[in-house]
Write a protein that binds this ligand. Structure first.
Ligand code: FPP
Ligand code: MG
Length: 277
């Protein structure tokens, strides 16, 4: 009922079409596989996060319970493997399975770093690269393989997917703080509530005066995040956390676009637009 933006599948289709290849069933099957993998991971993610809502409606485990939701995620994942198996292409199979591996490692790392106020910017980037950008990257890679794009442009488009994906997750983490519940489809500040350390907070900590910084660090050390949500949100906004994170997202968008421009593919416009989006 709430299928979302389907941006990963769209990315695969656009890259596959970027050199003039006509739309065909193979492209759509693989785009569907990427989206199903994404859904499977979100269903599990909502169980892990005990999320109340997803895309404006109750999350699946709030309707079906945890048992059926975990199995629904597994079932979707089995459909993904079925689709890929039917393609009989080892290269594509390896790309997919490496991404699943990254997704899991990113999700595990994120949990290990809950409430870790010492998390560094490069460690955060590493987590979002694994849990989010990996799927954007493989959408580009698989699209490029289908379009039989040459090796150097394959590398350019792979980077385009990677950097778009990093920018996408930074923006997602910014919206968690700045957007309202209706726009987000879930309560504002969910990440902070869950103890996730995201880029706006990391940037604000770098920017803040020592006394304010220690106050926030103490909240995390004493595990009093929930009682201090307003204070943390105010701290992020008041110390330029949003603007600085946004700049970083823009930097990744520009890098993504640079790699599209560098490539020799025919239709660059749609990819530039998707990066801007
Ligand atoms: C959403 O991030 C979660 C992910 C992008 C990946 C989660 C990965 C797993 C649970 C492991 C892989 C599972 C399978 C079935 C292969 P978020 O919490 O920042 O986004 P949100 O705010 O939309 O919840
Ligand atoms: Mg989540």
């Amino acid at each position: 009922l709430t299928s979302g933006k389907k941006i990963r599948g769209l990315l695969l289709i656009l890259v596959a079409n970027s050199n003039g290849l006509k739309k065909n069933l193979k492209i759509y099957n693989l785009a569907a596989a990427i989206e199903l993998l994404h859904y499977a991971s979100l269903i599990h993610d909502d169980v892990i996060d005990d999320a109340e809502k997803r895309r404006g409606v109750l999350s699946l485990h709030k309707v079906l319970g945890k048992e059926l939701s975990i199995l629904a995620g597994d079932y979707f994942f089995s459909l993904v493997t079925k689709i890929i198996f039917n393609e009989k292409n080892f290269k594509i199979f390896k790309i997919f399975i490496d991404a699943v591996n990254s997704l899991c490692k990113g999700a595990i790392d994120e949990i290990y770093n809950k409430n870790n106020i010492k998390l560094k910017e490069n460690e955060y980037i590493n987590i979002i690269t694994q849990k989010t950008a990996s799927l954007f990257q493989i959408s580009s890679e698989i699209g490029s393989l289908l379009a039989k794009i040459n090796l150097s442009d394959y590398e350019n488009l792979k980077k385009f997917g990677l950097y778009s994906g990093i920018a996408f997750q930074i923006k997602d983490d910014i919206l968690d703080i700045t957007a309202d519940e209706k726009e987000l489809g879930k309560p504002t500040g969910s990440d902070i509530c869950e103890g996730k350390i995201t880029l706006p907070l990391i940037k604000a900590l770098k920017n803040a005066r020592e006394s304010k910084k220690s106050e926030i660090k103490n909240i995390y050390k004493q595990k009093k995040v929930l009682e201090n949500m307003d204070k943390i949100m105010y701290f992020i906004k008041n110390n330029n956390g949003i603007e600085l994170a946004y700049k970083e997202a823009e930097r990744y968008v520009n890098m993504a676009k640079k790699f599209v421009m560098k490539s020799k593919i025919k239709n660059k416009e749609a990819l530039i637009q998707i990066a801007d989006y």
